[in-house]
Design a protein around this ligand. Sequence first.
Ligand SMILES: NC(=O)c1ccc[n+]([C@@H]2O[C@H](COP(=O)([O-])OP(=O)(O)OC[C@H]3O[C@@H](n4cnc5c(N)ncnc54)[C@H](O)[C@@H]3O)[C@@H](O)[C@H]2O)c1
Length: 264
Amino acid sequence: MTLDGEIAVVTGGASGIGFASAELLAARGARIVVADLAEAAAEEAVGRLTGGGHVAIGLDVTDDEGVRAAATRVEQEVGPVSILVTAAGVTHLPVPPEELSTETWDEVLRVDVRGTWSAAVAFGRPMVERRRGSVVTISSITGLRSTPLHSYGIGKAAVVRMTENLAGEWGRAGVRVNGVAPGYTLTPLVKRLIEAGERDASGITNATAMGRMIEPAEIAAAVAFLAGPEASAITGVTVPVDAGWLISPSWQTYGGVRDHGATS
Ligand SMILES: NC(=O)c1ccc[n+]([C@@H]2O[C@H](COP(=O)([O-])OP(=O)(O)OC[C@H]3O[C@@H](n4cnc5c(N)ncnc54)[C@H](O)[C@@H]3O)[C@@H](O)[C@H]2O)c1
């Protein structure tokens, strides 16, 4: 399905899930604004997108005024934004509550929750005025189930509810708001955590029904679907793309999901 003529802003678009989303939206014809804290990486990411007219901007989603100014500047200098993907995010170690510093707690919520909120409101407002647009948030399976990610998981649960609330606000203004809740996805972030021994790769894959991790392009496919016209009657939902992580724990009671001769 073509996205010719659409302008899509992707926060956190320089890396991982954000970049994969930018790549697919560009391949479908959209003009992309890669908005990322890492400005040089955003420039480099834009150079790897197919098609022309893509733009990189340095943006810290925790800087509320900066986000509003960026939204105004993008509207004036690039054009009317019709798609927003909020992929900027940070995480933390799964430490016991008493070891999670207040600074880390605040920082994760500031980026993941308030940053998502600021971007959605700033870039969503002109969509509401034009009565046309689509927002796709990126939460996480850890926002849908209990985990020891005491700040991150709470923040991602908040993003799920934020997605529903904004969908309610803007539904009759023609702006859809949906989300994708990724499972463990092989992005630079997760590769770093695995290499540093801070996440256990086999523990992750064993916890899924499909026995594997997810590729960024598989998250992007759901993002592009929700962002585009094929999802024209869908709003307020968060779609897990998790290789069956959410449904497999209840199988533990019966000895776990069947392996059907799987080798890993
Ligand atoms: N990788 C996974 O397994 C996984 C699973 C569930 C959810 N997620 C979520 O997906 C999103 C992307 O994660 P990823 O794995 O692609 O990570 P990543 O580290 O590869 O990419 C995150 C991007 O966000 C940018 N960023 C960080 N703080 C920012 C800020 N304040 N302002 C603007 N940009 C900022 C970074 O510079 C980076 O380019 C995050 O919200 C993450 O929580 C990832």
